[in-house]
Design a protein around this ligand. Structure first.
Ligand code: MRU
Length: 355
């Protein structure tokens, strides 16, 4: 096992300058092994996103932006038409990697837009340099967004509270500090002591493997529970707030996040516990009126039948494996974004906050 810790190793970063490559922590190996992988070609970036080596909506967006740079670099000696054909196909390939987190499409559109704006005015080599600058800007802005979300969210929590989170919306899901976990980190920094309950988050165990690890590393009191224990933990009065991240938020506030989040929100409502969503504005998709329009990723059945490194279900059993669910806005007390706290969660408040 590597000696590296969360504080010494970035979730992902660009190595070198133009002509460089993307390096990221292979999150499928955590918490047993901390190992980085280098992505020097488009297919390696695609595979890293598809296989959740890099995951979490903001981190997926950053990886995709750098992925587009890698795709463009490979074609920078072509003529303009050839270069843009390669860029378009790189963008299309990356867009196929995962469907739910809108940050992926947001980051691809943003970087691709920079290339389009430069078309005809400059060389492919210069466009690659601009793409890299834009990807770096997305990366840098994400850091600032996480910090702001943390500050706003921490105001909603009180010293000594128990809080529950689902999946991993921490530094591993972003550039450095997280969204939901940023709220806990920021609260802790301001002197509030929290007791965090982390749902293990079946089937891929992001809560157990990543959130528990990350909170431990940052010295936050964390208790791991199986997803099925959340109701009991709430009934026992151990939890005073729930904070999760988001993969896509529709114009009316309906929020897609890791499968199981909707159930946690229903349980929180049943126990009169506030349920908060923490997400940057890049996670909103105002083109969708409501959550039923959010595409939900369906994943391989083996994640359920062979989830613990061995077969845990009968051969040939039918499996349904949606990776995300949608929590209706009415169950969300507030959405915490880098511009402040949106509450109540209504179409009008969201439109005003994003204007
Ligand atoms: O499948 P994953 O691990 O990419 O799912 C991640 C989540 O659902 C996170 O909660 C979400 O992306 C927010 S990350 C700040």
């Amino acid at each position: 096992m590597s000696e590296a810790t969360i504080s010494t190793l970035p979730t992902l970063h660009w190595v070198g300058d133009v002509g460089g490559h993307l390096r990221l922590i292979d999150q499928t190996l955590l918490p047993v092994e901390v190992r980085e992988i280098d992505c020097r070609d488009l297919e390696t970036v695609f595979e890293a996103i598809r296989s959740l080596r890099v995951r979490g909506a903001p981190a997926i967006g950053i990886a995709a932006a750098y992925g587009l740079v890698i795709g463009a670099q490979a074609a920078n000696d072509r003529d303009e038409a050839g270069f843009f054909a390669a860029l378009d196909s790189a963008r299309a390939r990356l867009a196929e990697s995962r469907p739910t987190a809108v940050n992926l499409f947001w980051a691809l559109d943003r970087t691709h837009g920079v290339a389009l704006a430069a078309r005809g005015a400059t060389s492919p080599r210069e466009i690659v340099a601009r793409l890299l600058a834009e990807a770096r800007a997305i990366h840098e802005e994400d850091r600032a967004m996480c910090r702001a979300i943390g500050r706003y969210g921490a105001e909603l929590l009180a010293d000594g509270q128990g809080v529950l989170t689902h999946c991993n919306a921490g530094g591993l899901a972003t550039s450095d500090y997280g969204t939901a976990l940023a709220v806990f980190f920021s609260a802790q920094e301001s002197g509030k002591r929290l007791r965090v309950y982390a749902d293990e988050t079946r089937p891929l165990l992001q809560g157990a493997r990543l959130t528990a690890w990350e909170l431990q590393q940052r010295g936050i009191d964390v208790t791991l529970i199986c997803d099925s224990m959340a109701a009991q933990v709430m009934r026992e009065g151990r939890v005073q707030a729930v904070v999760t991240g988001a993969d896509r938020i529709a114009a009316n506030g309906d929020t897609a996040n890791k499968i199981g989040t909707y159930g946690v929100a229903v349980l929180a409502a049943a126990h009169d516990i506030p349920f908060y969503v923490a997400a940057p504005t890049s996670t909103f998709d105002l083109s969708l009126a409501g959550g039923s329009q959010i595409p939900i990723e369906q994943r391989d059945k083996r994640e359920i039948t062979h989830g613990f490194g061995r077969q845990t279900a009968p051969e040939g059993v039918k499996v349904y494996n949606p990776a995300f669910d949608v929590t209706p806005a009415r169950l969300i007390r507030a959405i915490i974004c880098e511009r402040g706290v949106i509450a109540p969660v209504t179409r009008e408040r969201i439109a005003a906050a994003l204007r």
